[in-house]
Design a protein around this ligand. Structure first.
Ligand code: ATP
Length: 347
């Protein structure tokens, strides 16, 4: 086990700054997710930690040691790519054994380690197959087994689940987290999928344009976004905003409920919500509409659990409410969080 640390790390490609002064420090055994939209610099950051890309400036530390000058193979890291990069002509057993062979390990050691890795990932029965005879999920397990066979201090994973279909991805996510918890190997995991990040990460670093905008536990980043970028990137639908008295006010679709649902002693802010359309999704009802008096021209989605039985007719306005603490305020110029304030002109 080891920690990974980057100190003011930058990467400039020709004119383009891909990573722009990132300070990060994992904890021992932590699952840290780098989350951000395409092109924000997450893969470049991961590749610099791996030693596959040389940083323009700044330091990288693994296990407390500066590794700037160290080639990838000496960093005690194992990287799994989106493509898995399995050798197509080799059996699963040979694929897993490959890094050990390359290190010149004894055949007996190789055998034992391959067996352990295979049993850990439940792929013993696949050892004699070739990669093309495996499902996407099985390939992922082989790639992970091959990564762990060298007993690395750190796992670096770049979108390893993105080739799997939605159903398999759920299972694979669960498995991956279980393996990581069992092995307790510090893991840095890159994804642009916020659901994956929320589900897997001990902490999430949300990135945009080469910078880390916020680092925190998933719930913390979701509930207390540092700025409008983070608020708008997490959640489905993302946080929704309207302008009020010089501030951008944000709330989440699940935070606005019919006023009658709340118990009487909670501090609430109420709104007249005009419903324009209702979508029944089974477990939830999605309402499309707007805040009649505060922002009549801004579309707002409300996510209502189907257990709340309220008749809603499109075209009508209803009294809805949100807990005071669920309203988040942001500076419209900088996008940064600002202290809460009373709403002017509320219903
Ligand atoms: P994605 O999710 O699409 O992989 P990402 O967040 O991982 O995106 P990076 O691959 O790190 O983003 O790329 C960050 C920026 O740096 C992008 O604008 C990309 O075009 C640029 N970039 C990456 N590698 C190179 C390179 N070798 N030469 C020039 N520009 C590059």
């Amino acid at each position: 086990m080891a920690t990974v640390e980057t100190k003011n790390i930058r990467k400039v490609f020709q004119e383009h700054t891909a990573v722009d002064g990132v300070d990060l420090q994992t904890r021992e055994g932590e699952f840290l997710v780098l989350l951000g939209p395409s092109g924000c610099g997450k893969t470049t950051l991961l590749r610099m930690i791996a030693g596959l890309e040389r940083q323009t400036s700044g330091d990288i530390l693994i296990g407390g040691r500066v590794v700037n000058e160290m080639p990838p193979r000496e960093r005690k890291i194992a990287m799994v790519f989106q493509s898995y990069a399995l050798y197509p002509h080799m059996t699963v057993a040979k694929n897993i054994a490959f890094p050990l062979k390359a290190q010149g390990a004894e055949p007996k050691t190789i055998d034992a380690r391959v067996k352990t890795a295979a049993s850990m990932f439940g792929i013993e029965r696949l050892l004699q197959r070739k990669p093309r005879q495996l499902s996407g999920g099985e390939r992922q397990r082989v790639a992970l087994a091959r990564a762990m066979v060298r007993e690395p201090d750190v796992f670096l994973l770049d979108e390893p689940l993105s080739n799997l279909d939605a159903k398999l991805r759920h299972m694979a996510r669960d498995e991956l987290q279980q393996f990581q918890r069992r092995l307790k190997t510090t893991t840095v995991y890159v994804t642009h999928d916020q659901v994956e990040a929320m589900g897997l990460g001990d902490r999430i670093a949300v990135m945009s344009a080469g910078k880390v905008r916020q680092l925190g536990r998933p719930q913390e980043v979701y509930d207390d976004p540092a700025d409008t970028f983070v608020a708008g990137f997490l959640g489905s639908p993302p946080m929704q905003f309207f302008e009020n008295d010089g501030a951008l006010v944000g709330f989440r679709a699940e935070n606005l409920l019919p006023k009658a649902v709340y118990s009487s002693n909670e501090p609430l802010v109420s709104f007249w919500y005009r419903v324009t359309r209702v979508e029944d999704l089974g477990a939830d009802r999605l309402l499309y509409g707007s805040l009649r008096d505060l922002a009549p021209d801004t579309k707002m989605i409300v996510n209502l659990p189907s257990t709340i039985h309220v008749p809603l007719t499109p075209g009508e306005a209803y009294e809805f409410a949100c807990k005071v603490n669920d309203l988040k305020f942001f500076d419209p110029k900088t996008g940064l969080r600002i202290p809460s304030r009373p709403l002017r002109g509320k219903a």
